[in-house]
Design a protein around this ligand. Sequence first.
Ligand SMILES: Nc1ncnc2c1ncn2[C@@H]1O[C@H](COP(=O)(O)OP(=O)(O)OP(=O)(O)O)[C@@H](O)[C@H]1O
Ligand SMILES: [Mg+2]
Length: 275
Amino acid sequence: MPATSVVVLSGKGGTAKTLWQMTMAGEASRAGLSTLLVDVDPERNLSNRFGVPQHSTGLGSVFEQAGVTTGEGDAELGAKRAVAEILSTPWANVDLLPAGASLTGISQVAIADTWLLRDILTAAALPDRYDLILLDTGGRTGSLVTLAMYAADVAYAPIAPTTDAVRKATEARVRVDRIQRAHPLRWAGVVLSGFDGRVGIEEAIRANVYEEFGEQVRADVPRRAAVNEAFQLGDRLGDRTDVATASLAQIFLGFLLRDLMQRDDLLRVPAGVLR
Ligand SMILES: Nc1ncnc2c1ncn2[C@@H]1O[C@H](COP(=O)(O)OP(=O)(O)OP(=O)(O)O)[C@@H](O)[C@H]1O
Ligand SMILES: [Mg+2]
């Protein structure tokens, strides 16, 4: 079965996009799914988390090789480079295609061929090599996010406890609706991340989100130090042994298997929505 390719979307600002993609990669690793993380964010947060040096090459060089800055893209050339740029990570079964220093320049050019990233991944046979491809995007809109959407099969948006949370997620859903005219990108809904039930304003925002998205709210991970710590340290969340953290890790895995990969058969323990 070819890989499920997942893009994370949201408007500007830290909404836990990288945290969700990276934490799910950790749980996929623990579950034995072979996973490719692709850093499509010129700010390179994901690459930094895995300690990739600032001046390294990566996806930026893949696009350069494909000729994206000169007009017509050549996916075959890009594919060769993509294979060469993939790094292994300390996490079993998880590889990383880092952003690369030149991705910033690429993010500023208009890329005419919206299928180019998908064609590069396919020409490199990456969907056959992995069970799961997770694409991390930056907050800004632009060509790179569009390319990532065309490269993906399914999209979701994380929601952080900020007052414009609903607007950002709505923007993401609208973008998916629009792209569906040309590409069958499935919308998997939204996930709440980092809400603190004891803070009145955050509860009010959460109520707003439920009002707007209802059943499309697929998971809710409360704010917990362990979640942030694992993300900052590059640990797999589920490796922590306390019961509370294990159940948080299960929420990420549940969303991944059930809503993104639609592989309920792989879900041993049903993931509940933790409050
Ligand atoms: N459930 C949670 N528990 C604790 N902290 C959380 C939780 N969810 C999110 N956070 C915090 O929110 C931050 C989200 O950062 P992250 O880099 O993932 O955002 P982003 O959407 O990728 O930002 P950018 O738009 O810059 O790419 C984390 O560093 C973490 O501190
Ligand atoms: Mg990010």
